[in-house]
Ligand binder design. Structure first.
Ligand code: GTP
Ligand code: MG
Length: 258
């Protein structure tokens, strides 16, 4: 059973320092959100922490456990499919490490629900650079990476690699999720690019992004080259591809939430 029509997907890999606090922070918001944690067999007991919290938040806190670290992109695809089988109208991506302030979930929701957006990006670069505690090198890298993606793809989006998102159900229904191939930062670019190519209104909501204060980074360097070359690949392929919205499957029978 779902409590809310809003689902926050939180991918985790070794987030024992953060997971309980982030879950409680989401459930403390004025707006109701359900949570789906996608845990990739964390060795530090992240999944057990989630499961022990489930009794406190029945029907509102869900977990999917995968066999191993399969990457952020496939974790989200798994979560999107899970959400679409159920009755969720607004589906969010959020990190576990408090880089994304849960309070902004309400602003992303508002942009989609009342502001005419089909997808809303929690964006670091709408009003300058809103990143706290990152070393200057990383800020520059991320900022210029976003500019680079913008130039190559032609998308009018400042923060193309952002991982804080709200998608309306119809956007995820229209995308052929099995064709999304990237897994790291390029996954975020590919999702935004595909949504934009399909004609959806993708807007940016300014947020402040804070570097993780607890737990370890999981991003590996291969993720960067995937993004650098992946963007060119996305663009070149788009010249030969017809972007067509998938028909939403009939959800009448699927609406029975388990
Ligand atoms: N399920 C799953 N989650 C992952 C995987 N890799 C990263 N995550 C989670 O995805 C979110 C973002 O990863 P981070 O390690 O914070 O990546 P980042 O924000 O670029 O880097 P730092 O904040 O500097 O560590 C966190 O909640 C991670 O636990 C993965 O392979 N599988
Ligand atoms: Mg992080």
């Amino acid at each position: 059973m779902a409590v809310s029509e809003n689902l926050v997907i939180i991918p985790t890999y070794n987030e024992k320092e953060n997971i309980q606090r982030i879950i409680r922070a989401v459930f403390a918001l004025r707006t109701d959100f359900d949570i789906l944690v996608i845990d990739d067999n964390s060795k530090d007991g992240t999944a057990s922490i989630v499961k022990s919290l489930q009794t406190a938040f029945p029907d509102q806190l869900h977990i999917e456990e995968r066999m191993g670290k399969l990457g952020l992109g496939t974790a989200y695809i798994h979560g999107f499919k899970w959400a679409l089988k159920r009755n969720y109208g607004y589906i969010f991506e959020m990190d576990a490490d408090f880089s994304h302030d849960p309070i902004d979930l309400e602003r992303l929701l508002d942009a989609c629900k009342n502001g005419g957006a089909d997808a809303a990006i929690g964006s670091r670069y709408v009003t300058g650079v809103n990143v706290v505690n990152w070393p200057m090198g990383r800020v520059m890298m991320s900022y210029f990476a976003s500019k680079y993606v913008r130039i190559i793809t032609g998308m009018n989006i400042n923060d193309t690699t952002a991982g804080y998102m709200c998608y309306k159900r119809k956007v995820l229904e229209a995308i052929d999720l099995d064709k999304i191939k990237f897994i790291g930062y390029a996954f975020q670019i590919e999702m935004k690019f595909t949504s934009w190519k399909l004609g959806f209104n993708v807007v940016e909501v300014p947020v402040i992004f804070t570097d993780r204060s607890a737990g370890e980074s999981k991003m590996i360097s291969g993720i960067f080259s995937e993004a650098v070359f992946g963007v060119i690949e996305l663009k070149v392929k788009s010249w030969f591809k017809k972007y067509k919205k998938l028909q939403a499957p009939s959800v009448i029978e699927e609406n029975t939430v388990s």
